[in-house]
Design a protein around this ligand. Structure first.
Ligand SMILES: [Zn+2]
Length: 414
């Protein structure tokens, strides 16, 4: 396959040229940076007319539901949403109704994930006292919850410290202090309006501080990673200790002032913060202080959101457009940041064999962006089964229009 007449992100610069993808090996065969390509022997030629090829994206934080919750999302629909969002690998969180904490439950999700073509799905295991011991040492991706959230599988910081000595993989931690949540629940009724007060900023800071204290003096084999950080203070603490973390698109592009319009569609854990905090987070992003973005794609049906006020929002398909729109006009400095947080750093953290660069003999995992394309977010247009978005009605400029995984097209709007 020849992708001709493209802009190519190559060696951290934007060049004009052409990319040849070998559909049999799934690798990038050749990159040509000349104006013309000459005669091509390729069967399939796509004229990109200047659209930009970047490395495909990796999302380390998704909830793909399926199994007992297939009415919200299945691996098939989640993978299609991922491909439409420019992703070729996504990591599925383990807090399902039947949690992924035994070899039997892991085998079930791996078998299902292996059938999916449009995106690679890699499962996390759940860490708590019920987790099968061999899984902790053998499976490289694990998630621990310090605060109650969907599924309510709580672990305390001392257990996370022990798990870090047993696992040589990545342990992602949901940092909200459960004691503080419980004591806040005595002060505030659990209404939608009080959600941000019950899970206030201190809830996050306390959990992070306790976790860092508990893990400071131990010799860890595993890598600690903090999920969905929402505060500049947390970012500064984690940078000072050189701990990995991610930020979600909703904490970058929404704030609690949006709740009057969003209602329960703006409910998630941790909750949206103030407009000022959101501004600080966006500044941190543009100053390259955020190492990773994870969507925390967490679909529920609209009915469930309204009736049960469940926490979580979908985000796979809107993540890249939100960033591109915010970064317009897209200069190479801002593009480099986007590629770092969504392509290079997630692969490095998760120790994937590919690096997230465009070069000959690298896997042909590519996303093509139309920087000029303007589209309004409409839930009904999304591939996610839940068919709604907290950014409904947003007009965004810059969209992925073609996703290629292992040399095969997984999504195309061309
Ligand atoms: Zn999550």
């Amino acid at each position: 396959m020849l992708l001709k007449n493209a802009s190519i992100w190559y060696q951290e610069q934007i060049h004009h040229g052409h990319v040849v993808v070998n559909e049999v090996t799934g690798l990038i065969e050749r990159i040509s940076l000349s104006k013309t390509f000459g005669i091509s022997s390729e069967d399939s030629v796509i004229d990109l007319k200047g659209k930009l090829i970047i490395p495909s994206l990796v999302d380390i934080h998704c909830h793909l539901r399926d199994f007992e919750e297939s009415h919200k999302e299945t691996y098939e629909t989640g993978a299609l949403a991922a491909a439409a969002g420019g992703f070729t690998t996504i990591f599925d969180m383990p807090n399902k109704i039947n949690p992924i904490n035994s070899s039997k439950s892991l085998k079930k999700v791996v078998e299902k994930a292996d059938l999916i073509q449009s995106c690679e799905i890699i499962p996390y295991i759940l860490l708590n006292r019920d987790t099968e011991a061999s899984l902790i040492s053998n499976h490289p991706y694990a998630k621990a919850y310090l605060g109650k959230t969907t599924g309510n599988y709580i672990t305390d910081v001392s257990d996370v410290a022990i798990f870090l000595t047993q696992s040589s993989g990545v342990i992602a931690v949901h940092c909200e202090d459960n004691n503080r949540i419980n004591s806040n629940l005595k002060k505030f009724h659990p209404t939608l309006e009080n959600h941000g007060k019950i899970r206030d900023s201190q809830t996050e800071l306390l959990a992070i501080e306790n976790l860092l204290e508990a893990t400071e003096d131990i010799v860890t084999k595993g890598k600690l990673h903090i999920a969905h950080v929402t505060l500049l203070k947390s970012i500064n603490i984690l940078h000072s200790k050189a701990i990995s973390f991610e930020v979600t698109p909703h904490h970058l592009f929404l704030n609690n002032g949006d709740l009057s319009q969003l209602g329960v569609k703006g409910k998630m854990n941790p909750p949206l913060r103030s407009k000022l905090e959101q501004k600080k987070m966006l500044e941190a992003f543009l100053q390259n202080q955020i190492p990773l973005i994870g969507t925390d794609h967490a679909p529920h049906t609209i009915q469930e959101k309204e009736d049960l006020e469940l926490a979580g929002v979908p985000g796979l398909e809107t993540c890249l457009p939100l960033l591109l729109d915010h970064c317009k006009p897209l200069d190479v400095r801002k593009l480099n940041i986007i590629i770092q947080v969504l392509a290079i750093n997630p692969r490095a953290l998760m120790n994937l064999s590919e690096k997230g660069i465009i070069a000959a003999n690298e896997p042909a995992n590519l996303t093509v962006i139309d920087r000029k394309k303007i589209k309004v977010v409409r839930g009904e247009d999304l591939k996610t089964k839940c068919k709604w978005s907290p950014w409904e009605g947003y007009e965004l400029q810059g969209w992925p229009v073609l996703t290629i995984r292992k040399g095969k097209v997984t999504y195309s709007e061309l």
